[in-house]
Design a protein around this ligand. Structure first.
Ligand code: KIV
Ligand code: ZN
Length: 390
């Protein structure tokens, strides 16, 4: 059966770049945008053009550069924002305006001091105005995660009538549980007249560590776009991580969902974004962290050396990592030591391994990790006798 395609909407250069300390100049943004296009994302949210002349320029340059992906500019439901975004993306091969407004009670009362009816009117006006510039208009119902489903459905129905092509349902505060977020998508699919004319989109924040799980729940319930960032960077605890959702869909083929992402570019892209933004990737980050394919306990190492799949569900080559690594620490066993020693030229008999392993443990108890150069020293020391290293 043919798989349904989930569109990947990358917002590294907008929601990701909002993070303090992650600001990029136009040149850096262009390099990342070119890579995102090569990676195969469907939409690049290039920035928030009204926010600063620098961001306007970046969006404009990205719009000219990008060959395949749709280039999108963010706006509030404000005429001037929409005009500026329209100008910034004018030269894109596939331009999109992303406009919207808060729909939760908290946003309506405290942010806008307004009413549901007035918010609904502003949403419709913004979409209609954006449509005078481009065909492709995405509407976001900010804080949809905490918006009552009935009102959210009314807003969605009204903006579809006004011409919205994509409905973004952001869990802006990262509050939803996966079943709740999935149920929200299902509710909209079943209760919004005209929903077949628009694509539902997941935009999840990671305040409770649920952004990826929520996005997957969203597509399992009918959404067909996921908004995400490289390395999951973004406001506060971040956004859904692109590499995670792409690999989840790929590793679970029975979901019958896939993306057009070239996963072999994931590791390199993660490194590029991390370096340009000066934002290190946590070592235990799924898919792209330095420990994602590293094995350090003896039991796991023994298994992986015999058959990689015993402790790995992804072939590292599929995400652009050349091979799994067997890390030597005081928790490593003989199999790992023999494997690493062989890699640097020592083929050990069982008896030799017993001797060398004792020396190894003495070294390993003194330092966090044993590297190739230490293996040579361990071999030397072992020949001299175990007591000599103290
Ligand atoms: O998190 C959010 O609600 C957003 C919108 C502006 C799309 O980033
Ligand atoms: Zn966001």
């Amino acid at each position: 059966m043919d798989k349904d395609k989930v569109q990947i909407f990358d917002t590294t250069l907008r929601d990701g770049e909002q993070v303090p300390g992650c600001k990029l100049d136009t040149e850096q943004k262009l390099v990342i945008a070119a890579r995102l296009d090569e990676l195969g994302v469907d939409v690049i949210e290039a920035g928030f053009p009204i926010s600063s002349p620098g961001d306007f320029q970046s969006v404009q340059e990205i719009a000219k550069l990008v060959k395949n992906a749709t280039v999108c500019g963010l706006t509030r439901a404000v005429k001037k924002d929409i005009e500026v975004a329209a100008e910034a993306i004018r030269l894109a091969a596939k331009p999109r305006i992303h406009t919207g407004i808060g729909t939760s009670e908290s946003h309506i009362q405290f942010k806008f001091n307004s009413t549901r009816e007035k918010i609904l009117e502003r949403a419709v006006e913004a979409v209609k105005y954006a449509k005078t510039f481009v065909d492709d208009v995405e509407f976001y119902a900010e804080d949809a995660g905490r918006t009552d489903n009935e009102f959210l459905a009314r807003v969605c129905e009204a903006v579809i009538k006004a011409g919205a092509t994509v409905l973004n349902i952001p869990d802006t505060t990262g509050y939803c549980l996966p079943e709740e977020y999935g149920a929200k998508m299902k509710y909209l699919k079943e209760n919004v007249t005209g929903i077949e004319k628009a694509v539902l989109s997941c935009h999840c924040h990671n305040d409770l560590g649920l952004a990826t799980a929520n996005s997957i729940a969203g597509v399992k319930n009918g959404a067909r776009q996921i908004e995400c960032t490289i390395n999951g960077i973004g406001e506060r605890a971040g956004n859904t991580s692109l590499e995670e959702v792409v690999m989840i869909l790929r590793q679970h083929p029975y979901l019958n969902l896939d993306t057009d992402i070239d996963s072999t570019l994931l590791y390199d892209t993660s490194q590029m974004v991390s370096q340009k933004m000066g934002m290190p990737v946590q070592p235990n980050k799924a898919i792209v962290g330095s420990n994602a394919f590293a094995h350090s306990s003896g039991i796991h190492q023994d298994g992986v050396i015999k058959q990689r799949e015993t402790y790995e569900i992804i072939d590292p080559k599929d995400v652009g990592v050349s091979q799994s690594s067997i890390v030597l620490t005081a928790r490593s066993g003989r199999a790992a030591l023999a494997y690493r020693a062989k890699n640097v030229g020592y083929e050990l008999t069982k008896l030799q391994l017993d001797v060398v392993y004792d020396t190894f443990l003495k070294y390993a108890d003194r330092q966090k990790e044993i590297f190739d150069e230490d293996i040579h020293k361990i071999m030397e020391t072992s020949k001299l006798g175990i007591g000599n290293i103290a």
